[in-house]
Each structure stands twice: as C-alpha cells, then as structure tokens.
Design a binder for this molecule. Structure first.
Ligand SMILES: *[C@@H]1O[C@H](CO)[C@@H](O)[C@H](O)[C@H]1NC(C)=O
Ligand SMILES: *[C@@H]1O[C@H](CO)[C@@H](O)[C@H](O)[C@H]1NC(C)=O
Ligand SMILES: *[C@@H]1O[C@H](CO)[C@@H](O)[C@H](O)[C@H]1NC(C)=O
Ligand SMILES: *[C@@H]1O[C@H](CO)[C@@H](O)[C@H](O)[C@H]1NC(C)=O
Length: 280
C-alpha cells in the first residue's frame, strides 16, 4: 500500500511538471503572433475612425479621416461605392491605388466602403519585416459593408480582381540603395507575407486586398555583423520554444512508461491479493 501511495504521488508530480513546462513555452509562441493580432486590431480601430469621416457621404468621393492622437503619423481615408459601380467602372485613382474594372466582393453587398490606410512611421511597428528595409510606408486597402456607417468591428469583405489586377503606385519613396532590387511585399489578412517584383521601381499589383509596401533586402554595409546577430537572436528564440517542448515530451514518454509499469504492478498485486485471500 505504501508503495502504491508513493507511486501515485510520483505520477502526479510527473503529470504536473510537463504541463508546467508546456504552459511555460506558451508566452513565447503568443509573443510571436502578437504583432499579427495587433495589426488586425489596428485594422478594426482604423475602420471605425475612417467611417467617422463620413457625414452624409456621396458615393465615389474620398473622405480623409482623423486618427486618434496616439497614432499620429498615420493617414486614413474612406470611399463609399455601389458594388455595381465598382465592378463595371472601377476607381481610376484612390490615393496610391488604381482599381480596374472587374473587381467584385464577397459576400455580396449593395454598397461598400474602401478604407485606405497609410501607416507612415508606424509601418515597422505593425508590420515588422526582419532582413528587409522599407522604402515606403505600408499602405492598406480594405473593403467593408457600407449598410451601417456607425457599425464597429465589421468583418472585411473579400475583394477580388477578375480581370486586370489593382495597382499601387508608391509616391513618397526612398530610393533603393545601389545594387539592391526593390521588391513588393503584400501582407494578406491571414498574416501571410508575399513578395513579388516591382514594376518601374515603384509600382506593385495585387488581385486582393491587404497591406502593401516596397522593400529591399537589408545588406550589412561593409564588415558590420548586424545581420548575423539577427539570425542568432531568432535562433535562440526558436530554442526557447523548442527546449521546453522537447523536455515536456520526454517527460510524457517517461510518464507513459510509468503508467504502464504501474498497471502491470497493480495487476500482479491484485493477483497476489486474490491468491492469499486478502482484499486489495
Ligand atoms: C489609441 O487611442 C484610441 C482612442 O483613445 C484607443 O481606442 C486605442 O486602443 C489606442 N491604440 C493604441 C495602439 O494605443
Ligand atoms: C510617428 O511620428 C509622430 C509624430 O509625427 C510621433 O508622435 C509618433 O510617436 C511616431 N511613431 C513612431 C512609432 O515612432
Ligand atoms: C449600426 O451599428 C450600431 C453600432 O453597432 C448599432 O448600435 C445600430 O443599431 C446599427 N444600426 C442599424 C440600422 O443596424
Ligand atoms: C523578378 O525579378 C528577378 C530578377 O530581376 C527575376 O529573376 C525573376 O524571375 C522575377 N520574378 C518574377 C515572378 O517575375
């Protein structure tokens, strides 16, 4: 009986330790996806502020909005459109965006709002891109239902170009350092990052909505060791996650063996108990 009690407490201990280790490793994972969720929260906040730029809005007119003072440096705008007009006429110029004929939204709505974002000096904060340098602010174009202009936390509509792609012609751009090639970067709404070639150095194209910018790969000038240090840092980040998980897994395997052994031990004990006629 004493043996069994000891084994039970040991089992409990082994159960608790991996759980603690697992939960210990969670903050690292959360921290990594943190910027993604804060960027989505920013989208929701900017939708609200862009909508308040509308006072008896006419369709097809650009309304510049105001951002809260804690986000000074960003610019937003909103434009209300009939869905049919978007599809059959497009929008020749909406800030840096050119919207061709044939863009449709889903789910279908009668009227929609295109919210424009220019993240300015906040681009790196909300869309960090290690190994790259931004040549232009991150610009966003997101579509929402226009049926209730005081609504908040609206879900984005999916917009899709069925013919020509949308174009983004970046205006206030730093010139690319000699020898480096400007690349378009697109952050989709699922948090994925896509790269493509820029045309004439400052134009990107897209068939969907999201956030866009122009970047170049950061090259360390001369013998500066900064990119290597960056790599090491991200390596150690990976280990912070991997080590507790591995230790946790090893302990789980150990626990499985222990439980198996305990089961066998108990069976043997029970049989012994039956044979000698004493209740276990
Ligand atoms: C900025 O201020 C607005 C309004 O006061 C608030 O809702 C929002 O959470 C703040 N955002 C950040 C990123 O601090
Ligand atoms: C961006 O610039 C504004 C002033 O124009 C400043 O208040 C704000 O703190 C800056 N944001 C960042 C992330 O540096
Ligand atoms: C619009 O949205 C606001 C905020 O969510 C809500 O209070 C209001 O009732 C809605 N109006 C309509 C007509 O649905
Ligand atoms: C982008 O440009 C590079 C070099 O200019 C070229 O090798 C590559 O094929 C291009 N990619 C696409 C998708 O056009």
């Amino acid at each position: 009986m004493g043996h069994l009690l000891l084994l039970r407490s040991l089992t409990m201990l082994l159960l608790v330790v991996p759980v603690c280790l697992f939960s210990f490793s969670f903050p690292c994972i959360v921290a990594q996806s943190d910027t993604k969720t804060s960027a989505r929260a920013l989208d929701a906040l900017l939708q609200d502020y862009a909508y308040s730029a509308f006072v008896r809005p006419r369709t097809g007119i650009v309304y510049n909005g105001y951002v809260p003072s804690n986000l000074t440096g960003m610019k937003i705008a909103a434009m209300r459109l009939r869905s049919g007009s978007l599809r059959t006429r497009g929008v020749k110029i909406y800030k840096e965006f050119g919207i061709p004929i044939g863009v449709t939204e889903s789910p279908y709505v009668e009227r929609l709002v295109l919210v424009y974002q220019n993240l300015g000096n906040w681009s790196k904060t909300y869309y960090p891109l290690p190994g790259y340098t931004y040549l232009s602010p991150v610009l966003g174009l997101l579509a929402y239902d226009a049926s209730n202009l005081t609504a908040t936390n609206l879900l984005e509509l999916k917009i899709r170009a069925s013919g020509d792609p949308l174009s983004i012609t970046f205006q206030d751009m730093m010139s690319a350092p000699a020898g480096s090639v400007a690349k378009c970067v697109w952050f989709d709404l699922h948090g994925l990052t896509h790269f493509s070639n820029a045309t004439s150095g400052n134009t990107c194209s897209t068939t969907e909505q999201g956030h866009f910018s122009i970047v170049v790969e950061s090259v360390a000038p001369g013998p500066s060791p900064s990119p290597r240090r960056e790599k090491k840092k991200s390596n150690s980040k990976v280990w912070i996650i991997v080590v507790p998980v591995l230790v946790g897994l090893a302990l789980l395997v150990l626990l499985a063996f222990l439980v198996l052994w305990l089961h066998k031990y108990k069976q043997g004990h029970d049989q012994l108990g039956e044979q000698t006629g004493t209740a276990a």
